[in-house]
Design a protein around this ligand. Structure first.
Ligand SMILES: C[S@@+](CC[C@H](N)C(=O)[O-])C[C@H]1O[C@@H](n2cnc3c(N)ncnc32)[C@H](O)[C@@H]1O
Length: 210
């Protein structure tokens, strides 16, 4: 938007636009907000998704009306809390799987502190072993484990993804070189319609199962 014309009303509109908050989505409940801030402050390894990507995940969950969500690679629960906030609105549930036992314990404590224990279940262990033990199908899958495993996780989960469901994957821009096979699948799979967005430079793919 170019704010150059010296017309009073237009200048006022420009001023209001410039003063508008950067985020247009609804505010985060205070308890969850405090937990999200604390996780970020402690995240020295920068495992968690960016705040922008977290907000985008919540938006996707709400706009899809997702009810049965799965996250692969939960770390300390940052993205699980964003997804959980969306599921709080849709009445859905999330299972998040984390390999590292200490991180899984952290995630559980953080989910509880965020007031989302009734929405988010943390499973500790290897997702390759845990997913076959989970019941039913999923309508929203968020993949954020080790990047070289993306294609194998896709093959494991795709048969359990509902038609019309979303398969969402993180780091498809900044770590694209580690997941060439998966990105080729997104490009060429006949039952996928995909888009890639990059709210904070890491890249999020969103694939609809047809
Ligand atoms: C980038 S971090 C996830 C960050 C998290 N999604 C967030 O935004 O808060 C990747 C996590 O995946 C976990 N992971 C990697 N391979 C896994 C597997 N096979 N099963 C379960 N977790 C795995 C790692 O232990 C690590 O904590």
């Amino acid at each position: 938007m170019a704010c150059r014309r010296p017309i009073a009303w237009f200048s006022l509109a420009c001023a209001l636009w410039a003063a508008a908050p950067a985020q247009a989505d609804p505010p985060v409940p205070r308890t969850s907000d405090l937990v999200l801030t604390r996780i970020k402050a402690a995240d020295t390894g920068q495992l968690a998704v960016s705040e922008e990507d977290g907000r985008f995940l919540r938006f996707l969950v709400v706009s899809k009306g997702a009810k049965r969500a799965l996250e692969i690679g939960g770390a300390s629960g940052y993205s699980a809390i964003w997804i959980g906030l969306g599921l709080r609105e849709t009445g859905g549930r999330l299972v998040t799987i984390e390999f590292d036992p200490a991180r899984a314990r952290d995630a559980e404590a953080n989910v509880r502190a965020a007031g989302l224990s009734d929405v988010v279940t943390v499973v500790a262990g290897d997702a390759f072993a845990a997913i076959p033990r989970l019941p039913g199908t999923f309508d929203f899958v968020f993949l954020d484990a080790w990047k070289r495993d993306y294609q194998r996780f896709f093959e494991l989960v795709f048969p359990r993804l509902d038609v019309g469901g979303f398969f969402v994957a993180h780091n498809v821009v900044n770590k694209a070189s580690e997941m060439g096979d998966f990105l080729e699948t997104l490009r060429s799979h006949p039952r996928l319609r995909s888009a890639i967005v990059s709210p904070s430079g890491e890249g999020v793919s969103v694939s609809l199962k047809r």
